[in-house]
Design a protein around this ligand. Structure first.
Ligand code: FAD
Length: 456
């Protein structure tokens, strides 16, 4: 092995996905909109706060006890509390501050706008599987088993009642009288199960979540990114190679005009759902390695010469759909994410790109650090004053999902505010598919709180 480098040659970086394990509740305003839409304050941030606290084992014992829990099963930690000291930490923070972002001590208190340390669900470096930490005492777990449909019976009082499930091998599992069937197949599969049971309307199934990414390169042999000896510190195995999570809104005048084009019949003023707030439209990160570059045709090794920035457009207005590809529950449903179909979504993504360009190419810190942007063949580096069309072209090449789909069995449409499926007795959906609005969050924290909330 080269004495100046770690040997990453046995790692097939093509199989790295974008780093995961974020423990990010999101913005109070997300939940306010959720509660408003379904007319039930249990889904407001305040309503969910007891469950956020109850799920959480917060790393900072002096944190605000009104906001955080210290005895829950899901352990979280900030980058510094896990002992990671990345060489680019202060540089990247300074660059964010150059763009006017305020450093905030806690982004998990419902007010995430600013720049804060990333918090992850990774005690001692290992991500916690929910099924390992929530007790399954008394539950009969059947693995490698697929539910093909809900068994529904006619009932004089309720119309339809759920009495059990049918498995893909034909077996029936019936519930006791007065019990309930809880569907939690996730945002893609719960609607499939409902549709296979004869419940649902394709036009109401939705999917959201977009990430765009740009890639930058620090000088070779810099020792600033994964692949260098400085990254041999075992503490670095405790989380993703990142320090900061930045959350911000976008300029309202342009967003206002974009929304007005989408919704010519609406009054678009400061009270519009996307403008009220200001809302958290963008989440952004700088990572000290490049992940998933092959998805946009780049062969960028993890060898300390490249870092990466990406942003999430958190509040998409485009709506996708989920439909059945066949009657076979083992077949995948047809998922049409319909990404970036509205002018407002396009603008937010362009703005995200512009912020990242400013941060990575135009701040004094970036000028000292970044040699060039690594771009797909035939493309040139884009600055923050590049045209919207040029930015759109690159977004079309580079945007990928961040795997946070909600809303495909939306509360208020498919289920009521207690997660009960409309028109069927004894049947609830309890997973991300019921979340009716996009959250400027990573959904695991909300899913844990939601499941607790429905059951209380
Ligand atoms: C790669 C990846 C990385 C992620 N990283 C993060 C992160 O860092 N932070 C974060 O907050 N969120 C993250 N998320 C999102 C988060 O995992 C989801 O939002 C969350 O798991 C949704 O929970 P759920 O209960 O709705 O569904 P799921 O966790 O998807 O659970 C659904 C379960 O139902 C089972 N199932 C489906 N269909 C059937 C059937 N017919 N019969 C029987 N069982 C069935 C599935 O096998 C699965 O076990 C990530 C998601 C992905 C895919």
């Amino acid at each position: 092995m080269d004495s100046a480098k770690l040997d990453f040659s046995d790692i097939d970086y093509k199989y790295f996905t974008v780093p995961q394990s974020g423990w990010i509740r999101g913005d109070e305003l997300n939940y306010a909109e959720w509660a408003r839409q379904v007319g039930d304050e249990r889904w407001s941030y305040k309503g969910l706060l007891p469950y956020f606290r109850r799920s959480e084992h917060h790393f900072e014992l002096n944190a605000d006890p009104e906001q955080h829990g210290f005895e829950g099963p899901m352990h979280n930690s900030s980058v510094s509390s896990s002992g990671r000291r990345y060489p680019l930490r202060e540089t990247v923070l300074k660059a964010w501050k150059h763009l006017g972002l305020k450093e905030i001590p806690d982004a998990n208190n419902g007010a995430p706008q600013g720049v804060a340390e990333l918090v992850e669900n990774r005690p001692d470096g290992l991500r916690q599987l929910t099924s390992n930490v929530y007790p399954l005492k008394g539950a009969h777990v059947m693995t490698e088993t697929t539910v093909s449909r809900i068994i529904l019976s006619d009932n004089d009082r309720y119309g339809k009642v759920a009495t059990g499930v049918e498995l893909s091998d034909g077996r029936h599992i019936n519930i006791k009288s007065g019990g309930e069937v809880l569907v939690c197949g996730g945002a893609y599969r719960s609607p499939q199960i409902l549709m296979l049971s004869g419940i649902g309307d394709n036009s109401e199934l939705q999917k959201r979540g977009i990430r765009q990414q740009i890639l930058e390169a620090p000088p070779p042999e810099s020792g600033l990114a994964v692949g260098s000896l400085m990254f041999a510190d075992p503490a670095f195995e405790k989380g993703n190679p990142v320090d900061w999570l930045a959350t911000m809104t976008v300029p309202h005048d342009v967003l206002n005009a974009a929304i007005a084009q989408n919704e010519p019949d609406s009054i678009v003023d400061d009270n519009h759902v996307l403008l009220r707030g200001p809302r958290s439209h963008l989440e952004m990160n700088v990572l000290y390695a490049v992940f998933a570059a092959e998805q946009i045709g780049l062969d960028t090794p993890i060898d300390e010469t490249a870092i990466m920035s990406y942003c999430l457009a958190c509040l998409p207005t485009s709506r996708g759909s989920i439909s059945l590809s066949s009657k076979d529950p083992l077949d995948h449903p047809v998922i049409d994410p319909n990404y970036a179909a509205t002018k407002a979504d396009r603008f937010v993504m362009q703005e995200g790109w512009r912020v990242m360009s400013r941060l990575m190419l135009e701040t004094p810190e970036a000028k000292d650090l970044v040699v060039d942007e690594i771009v797909p063949d035939g493309h040139t580096c884009l600055l923050s004053n590049s045209s919207s069309d040029d930015i759109d072209t690159r977004i079309n090449i580079g945007a990928v999902s961040c795997y946070h789909p909600p809303g495909s069995c939306s509360m208020g449409k498919v289920v009521d505010s207690s997660c009960k499926v409309h028109g069927v007795e004894g049947l609830r959906v309890v997973d991300a598919s019921v979340i009716p609005v996009p959250l400027a969050a990573h959904y695991q924290a909300a899913c844990r709180a939601d499941c607790d909330n429905y059951s209380c």
